[in-house]
Structure formats: structure tokens, C-alpha cells
Design a protein around this ligand. Structure first.
Ligand code: 6GU
Length: 244
């Protein structure tokens, strides 16, 4: 862990090189260069004790595949923080975890430090869950080969909420999910392209009508594509959709 930054993230993985691209590009690269965010990636194999640097073993009870052993995880975490108890909030990526959503992202972004543990193979020894994980997180209902892609997703989602990271862009307000609705359609020039015109209201200069149109579009889109989000939004409105 590196001191000083607004958010210090440690990642444990058997594929450290996986993170080279995502952490250097665009927003994350700039945030790290500016010292707003640190991401230190640690190779689980560095904590292996045997000659072959093995981190996995056969499952007790039989079955296919290999299981990541608890020893290297605990050794590495103790090396980083001095003890298990001194570790920061710790996310273990697993398809059986809680689904990542913006409220959880906001919660994690408010922490001073995070430890992210990536699994691979058929699974991780249950003692890693018990001893180290404060949170078990999945990024959706599909199966990945490991937690690395999920960790990259979480890092990007959390980083953009760190004060100063988003630069010019308004970091709150209008975006998808901040008020529980999907984003409204956006247009730039030209006003007509391949026979498709920008809606007249957006060119009217009438800020009130523009805001109203965007709201209607966001609500209609959410109702059509994400009935679950629409129902939750409707309940927060007191059951009334002002556009209907
Ligand atoms: Cl966190 N891990 C794996 N292996 N698969 C996933 C996932 C995580 N989230 C969705 N699918």
C-alpha cells in the first residue's frame, strides 16, 4: 500500500500483467499520475513457498480442476499490512458474490484503501473467504475465467468517483444510475446525418423543455430496457410516473 493518495488499492492476482493496459490508459492512467489514486498489483505466486511457486492444489472431496490454496493469500496479506486484522476493506471476486452496482461502488469509493483478491481455477479455498473477505462481489450473471476483469471494472468505477479524477466532466448529476434511470440520448453536430435528424427540442435553446425531454427519454428507455430499475425508480417517486 502506498500512502498519500486519496484511495490506495492493492490487487492480488496470479496474472499481474493483466492489469498493465487498463491501469495505464485514459482516466486511470491520469488519476495515478496525478497521485489521486494508487494501484499496486501483487503476484500471488510471490507468496508461494515451494520450488514450483504453486498456489493451487487438488480439491478435497474430489471433482474437476484445482483450488487456490489459502496459504499464499494469507502470507501476502500479512506481508502487506503486518497482520490480517490490519487489512483494509477486502473484496473477493467470485461469481457467487453480491452483484456490483453503483451504490456499492459509492460505498467502496469512500474507503481510504481497498484490497482486491482475484480468483482463478475452479475456486478459492473457503478459508480465504472466511479469513480475508469483507465483501464478495460478482459483476454480473455470466461466468468469467477469473476475477481480474471484474477487478478492472471495479477499479475504474471506483476511481471516477475519487475527487479530482474526472477533470472537466460533471461527476454527478445526469449520468445513468445516479438517479436510478438510464442515460438519455445525446447528439452533437451535424444536425442531420444519414437522414437522421437531431430532435428539434435540443436545438430550441429552451433549457426547460430540453430538461423535460431528457427526463422523458430516460424514463421511457429505462421502462423498456430495465423494468427492474424502472420499478425501483417508480417506487421512489411515490408510485407516480410524471410522464404518463
Ligand atoms: Cl467476480 N468472477 C468470475 N469468475 N466470474 C464472474 C464474476 C467474477 N462476476 C461475474 N462473473
Amino acid at each position: 500500500m502506498t500512502a498519500g493518495a486519496r484511495l490506495a488499492i492493492d490487487v492480488v492476482t496470479i496474472f499481474p500483467e493483466y492489469f498493465d493496459g487498463p491501469l495505464s490508459a485514459s482516466l486511470l492512467g491520469r488519476a495515478r499520475s496525478a497521485g489521486l489514486l494508487t494501484v499496486d498489483v501483487h503476484d500471488l505466486r510471490a507468496a508461494a513457498t515451494d520450488r514450483h511457486r504453486s498456489v493451487d492444489d487438488l480439491p478435497f472431496g474430489g471433482g474437476p480442476g484445482m483450488v487456490l490454496a489459502p496459504g499464499p493469500f494469507v502470507t501476502l496479506v500479512e506481508g502487506l499490512y503486518g497482520s490480517i486484522e490490519a487489512r483494509p476493506r477486502t473484496v473477493l471476486f467470485t461469481p457467487r458474490g453480491r452483484r456490483l452496482d453503483q451504490p456499492l461502488v459509492q460505498e467502496l469509493a469512500a474507503e481510504p484503501a481497498l484490497l482486491l483478491l482475484c480468483g482463478r481455477y475452479e475456486g478459492i479455498d473457503e478459508r480465504v473467504h472466511q479469513l480475508l473477505a469483507t465483501d464478495e462481489v460478482s459483476i454480473g450473471d455470466y461466468v468469467l475465467a477469473g476475477g481480474e476483469a471484474a477487478a478492472a471494472v471495479l477499479i475504474e468505477a471506483v476511481a471516477r468517483l475519487v475527487p479530482g479524477v474526472m477533470g472537466n466532466e460533471a461527476s454527478g448529476g445526469d449520468e445513468s444510475f445516479t438517479d436510478g434511470l438510464l442515460e438519455y440520448p445525446q447528439y452533437t453536430r451535424p444536425a442531420e446525418f444519414r437522414g437522421l435528424a437531431v430532435p428539434e427540442v435540443l436545438r430550441s435553446g429552451h433549457h426547460g423543455r430540453v430538461a423535460e425531454w431528457r427526463r422523458e427519454q430516460a424514463v421511457a428507455r429505462t421502462r423498456a430496457v430495465r423494468p427492474d430499475l424502472y420499478a425501483a425508480w417508480l417506487a421512489r417517486q411515490g408510485g407516480r410516473d410524471p410522464s404518463r
